[in-house]
Design a protein around this ligand. Sequence first.
Ligand code: BG6
Length: 519
Amino acid sequence: MSAEQKMSAEPATRSEVFGQLRKELYGEEHSSGSDTHIFIILGASGDLAKKKIYPTLWWLFRDGLLPGDTYFVGFARSDLTVEDIKAACLPHMKVSDEESESLAAFFRKNSYLRGTYDDVSSFARLNAHLSSLPGGEDAKRLFYLALPPTVYHHVSTNIRAKCMSSRGWNRIIVEKPFGRDLQSSHELSAHLSSMFKEDQLYRIDHYLGKEMVQNLMVLRFGNRIFGPIWNRTSVAAVVLTFKEPFGTQGRGGYFDDFGIIRDVMQNHLLQMLCLVAMEKPTSTSPDDVRDEKVKVLKCIAPVAASDVVLGQYVGDPKGEGQSRLGYLDDPTVPKGSCTPTFASAVLYIRNERWDGVPFILRCGKALNERKAEVRLQFTDVPGQIFADRCQRNELVMRVQPDEAIYLKMLTKRPGVYFSPEETELDLTYKSRYKNVKLPDAYERLILDVFCGNQMHFVRSDELREAWRIFTPLLHQIEAEKKKPIPYVYGSRGPEAADELMKNVGFRYEGTYKWVKPHM
Ligand code: BG6
């Protein structure tokens, strides 16, 4: 049975499935000692914990993917009970009627402790609590920092001082923002690395947990056909897209401090770029893979403002509900804010494979659709014999929604004709893998932390390079306070972004139509 089938199959015993899956996916984990694990959620009362972390832990528990003796401990400032946490998380947990027993078992493994992040005695109490759990003294501990960056410093110091297991391993999971620029990120990295070793730190970029993002490596290095054309000779442009059809809607206060470049481009899109552009790693070991990603980043110069288009959405007077409201109408956004909610940027990788090929990164909120994809547009066919009626081939990996890989190509128009016509080789996952349940990105990533596999996590040197590329641009934007180009809620974004793509060589014909296959 493949690992994929196993993800969707009924679990046998919990530890059996976990053990098999772990062996298949990651090889034997060479660890000794207790098999008790404690997953500690710091910031248990927050949005991330409620919407993502607790539901993910529940799904992994329900599907038998966690070690049998796993305990979950919430920690936050609020005076809460496990019942309160359950009530807050339930709407996000998708529990069916048949699962109520299992859900009760999950919450029996949960406990909660109130404490203060900068108070070392709170962490001494947390440690006493962790040790008091069955097998707790010897347990392996996973600390998830679901917290605002303002308290990272205190929390990591206090974990290091008071909560480390002396017999089992300790792993720390951190979420972006990893600083605001090269300097602040460096300070945070220096602090964390003074407390923990790099192999204890799991920096999450949840795009690295998505099926199609992980698929990039297999597609590129598991097939003969793509290798010879994956370079500047055959690729005219690469486009990496992230679009969301909704605005900040009350989250504007947080967003405004960061903007779309820090929120999406510097991390999610740049990570995808690395996987598209890197050389073949010597092996699939996490450090071999990450070494190659770092090499790609080192070949990218800081983005120039002249290669960037910034936008900010305004309300659509003809729209309904939220779409009538622009970014500046969000009451949590400071008046007159110049923060971009849309950005398009062109990056060049100065190496032998990619020199001169534009990598176009586009991302935005309040656009016309929800979509994340990687698109390679190939160069024209040299020596055309079909009277210029051949559009360029494109290979598209659709990350979401509806995972798919498709290749836009030309065939003879079927029938009595002899003219070329655009069509596609289509691998839509829903039709090809009908019974496979694709796990959520967080499920895979949290499972990876249990298994000790850092391949899909960001290493500190990767992070440093990513900030090096974007920091000068971010500082310039903030110093100049230039108004971004307004675009209407629900549109494709500023027209200038399409112009930018065209100017660097991406060709949009507007002729291709995807036809739903006949059932
Ligand atoms: C987060 C951003 O990292 O990714 C959000 O902070 C964004 O602004 C989200 O909405 C998108 O994630 P997904 O998985 O829904 O595409």
